[in-house]
Write a protein that binds this ligand. Structure first.
Ligand code: V3L
Length: 86
């Protein structure tokens, strides 16, 4: 985004950047102070919880991943939405 921030979810030993479409949804909802939203990711509904900064599948809320909003250049990102970068 214009301020250099991007959205990430936790992987093994690092962070994955969200896909561009989901990132836009997250940013808009975050800036609107929504406490949580639902998004469709790869065919599954996920709850994004901005209070606790976690995401989880709606159908299986016990499996949760941390999320963060961070500067893209200093973030140790693994890739975008499961697509690895070198
Ligand atoms: N965007 C894309 N795919 C996701 C997302 C998301 N926000 N959340 C979960 N998945 P779970 P390493 C991740 C995928 O939490 O080696 C990465 O993108 C998730 O993909 O139980 O562990 C990699 O593709 C996983 O395949 O709902 O760091 C992959 O894991 C699946 O949904 C391996 O990454 C179940 O995750």
């Amino acid at each position: 985004f214009e301020d250099g921030y991007q959205w990430f979810y936790e992987g093994v030993n690092g962070w994955w950047q969200y896909d561009p479409r989901t990132s836009i949804e997250l940013e808009q909802s975050y800036k609107n102070d929504q406490p949580w939203i639902e998004v469709l990711i790869a065919g599954f509904l996920y709850v994004i919880d901005f209070k606790n900064m976690v995401q989880m599948r709606r159908a299986n809320p016990t499996r949760r991943r941390r999320i963060k909003r961070d500067i893209v250049t200093i973030a140790d990102k693994k890739g975008i939405a499961g697509i690895r970068v070198a």
